[in-house]
Design a protein around this ligand. Structure first.
Ligand code: F6P
Length: 550
């Protein structure tokens, strides 16, 4: 679509960055701060009540100029436009990529194959509003006339992680009597543990699957269906099961009336589907008005991404910094640490978003790539993770850039809890950047009265290398609007990185081989059938499992 282009690492800007990196690798951030009192201000972007501080990065104005040049050489502006226009930028699957249409709150027409997709999107939103309100108000009730207060989402990957992350993030907004549950894993434990907690008369199952062929989801849905039918009879299915899918035929085959189906489209990737009817559990939990506020927030980030010049564009800056560390410093891990318990599932959500999107080794020009693509993403809620992996973040031999996500106000302002939490996150960013020299560590111990010999022996252990990068994203409070902004910000950051790496961020062929092999191993475990020939290790594992299970 954009013509063949030179490999990303052969471009002029890439070469300049390689040279520039050699100068930057020994530059200390604390010196940059000392020399430049305006640094924090210059490397800060405000958008509504959200603020990104990216000053604690190993960058100068020259770095940013080269990174922006890289964006230009990668035709980022053209590709952003192509996505918003509905061009088929998912080239391997020949599909448009239009999660932005799901939250196109201005309702401007967006065309795919000459057809405006907005009327269908609006119709599904209206259907979601009616259904979620009916459930919340007790107008759509279960088979025995009881209100449906247990909402069980059955799905996996994008059909689980988004709703699970967002319902948890917005727990404070849940309707009084609503409880949400998520079944994703094929492990029977996932299903049993939820079914043990709910009662059939008051339970609504939402089966979410874009394809409606995913073995985990269909197996879990069948088990739940049987559990319901055993308790309330076959008729109850229509009152207790709805589906969200692009595949009406399979939904019908499964035994869910397509009137109880909420549609979405193949221009919405699984990991980008939280904004579609896949978000039905969110809408029921927090109400459709709040769900739409989430769409509004995402739309604000979309408009910022689409229209703001790249030097002041939050997702662009974040994406460029990601490339800077991943491909030039070779820092191939990124930690995301939200300082809010309600955001605890954000890192897991981002693992799919980032690694399924950008964990690719073939470029859009059909060549094998010779540079680093997706980093490894991990994380967890602060301050918990300060007591687990932060030792490595501060003193480990590999450097892990960190994103700190910080709401200024907590939904639970109890005593000093939130101030202590905030003090901690600010301290982490500062400590990572400044570190503590061996001499500083020694002097500190001596001041505290440690004997000379002991201080000498411990000074290296108690030093911190510092110069470790972090971004801080601050906003007022975790509310639906801000959550929408935050998630859209990461989606676009991921897009920017994918464009620079010249990959298709919207397919996921890497998940297929394992699925395919599992299907052939299954009969070998179930019937002792002999399947494909295995390597010695796998054959031995199969034999051992058969023996243990017998
Ligand atoms: O395993 C990959 C994947 O296709 C994801 O991209 C997707 O989110 C998940 O499986 C679930 O797929 P579906 O919604 O079709 O059940």
């Amino acid at each position: 679509m954009f013509g063949k282009k030179p490999e990303a690492n052969k471009s002029r800007a890439w070469k300049k960055l390689e040279k520039h990196y050699k100068k930057m690798r020994d530059v200390e951030m604390r010196d940059l701060f000392r020399k430049d009192p305006q640094r924090a201000e210059r490397y800060t972007i405000n958008l509504d009540s959200m603020m990104l501080d990216y000053s604690k990065n190993r960058i100068t104005d020259r770095t940013m100029a080269y990174l922006l040049m890289l964006a230009k050489e990668s035709k980022l502006a053209e590709k952003v436009e192509a996505m918003f226009k509905g061009d088929k930028i998912n080239s391997t699957e020949n599909r448009a990529v239009l999660h932005v249409a799901l939250r196109n709150r201005e309702n401007s027409p967006i065309y795919v194959d000459g057809k405006n997709v907005m009327p269908e999107i609006n119709a599904v939103l209206a259907k979601m509003r009616k259904f979620s309100e009916d459930v919340r108000l007790g107008k759509f009730v279960g088979q025995t006339g009881k209100k449906l207060t247990n909402i069980v989402n059955i799905g996996i990957g994008g059909s689980d992680l988004g709703p699970k992350m967002a319902t948890e993030a917005l727990r404070k907004y849940w309707g009084k009597d609503i409880k949400c549950y998520f079944i994703s894993n094929i492990d029977g434990t996932a299903c049993s543990e939820v079914l043990n907690k709910v009662n059939p008369e008051e339970t609504l199952f939402i089966v979410c699957s874009k394809t409606f062929t995913t073995i985990e989801t269909l197996t879990n849905a069948k088990t739940c269906r049987k559990w319901l039918v055993d308790a309330l009879g076959e008729h109850a299915v229509a009152k207790h099961f709805v589906a969200v899918s692009t595949n009406a035929k399979e939904v019908e085959k499964f035994g869910i009336n397509t009137e109880n189906m909420f549609e979405f489209w193949d221009f919405v990737g699984g990991r980008y589907s939280v904004w579609s009817a896949i978000g039905l559990s969110i809408a029921i939990a927090v109400g459709m008005d709040n769900f739409e506020k989430m769409l509004d927030g995402a739309h604000e980030m979309d408009m910022h991404f689409k229209y703001t010049e790249f030097s002041k564009n939050i997702p662009v800056i974040l994406g460029l910094l990601g490339v800077w560390y991943n491909d030039f410093f070779h820092f191939n891990n990124t930690a995301v640490v939200p300082y809010d318990q309600y955001l605890q599932y954000v890192p897991a959500y981002l693992q799919q978003l980032v690694m399924e999107s950008n964990g690719k080794f073939v470029s859009n020009d059909d060549t094998f790539i010779k540079y680093q693509t997706s980093p490894v993403i991990f994380g967890g809620a602060g301050t918990d993770v300060q007591h687990s992996f932060f030792q490595m973040i501060h003193q480990g031999t590999s450097i892990v850039p960190v994103d700190f996500i910080v709401p200024a106000i907590s939904h639970n302002e109890i005593g000093e809890h939130h101030e202590i939490l905030l003090a901690n996150v600010l301290a982490q960013g500062e400590a990572l950047m400044k570190g503590k020299t061996v001499k500083e560590a020694y002097d500190e111990m001596r001041r505290a009265g440690k004997p000379k010999e002991e201080a000498k022996r411990l000074k290296k252990y108690k030093s911190f290398p510092g110069n470790r990068p972090s971004n801080t994203i601050i906003f007022k409070k975790v509310d639906p609007y801000t959550l929408g902004m935050l998630i859209a910000m990461y989606e676009h950051k991921t897009f920017v990185e994918g464009v620079i790496w010249n990959i298709d961020s919207f397919d996921q062929m890497g998940v297929e081989l394992g699925k395919q092999m599992a299907l052939s191993i299954l009969p070998e475990l179930q019937n002792n059938a002999s399947g494909i020939s295995h390597d010695a290790s796998t054959a031995n594992l199969i034999a051992t499992i058969r023996r243990l299970r017998n």
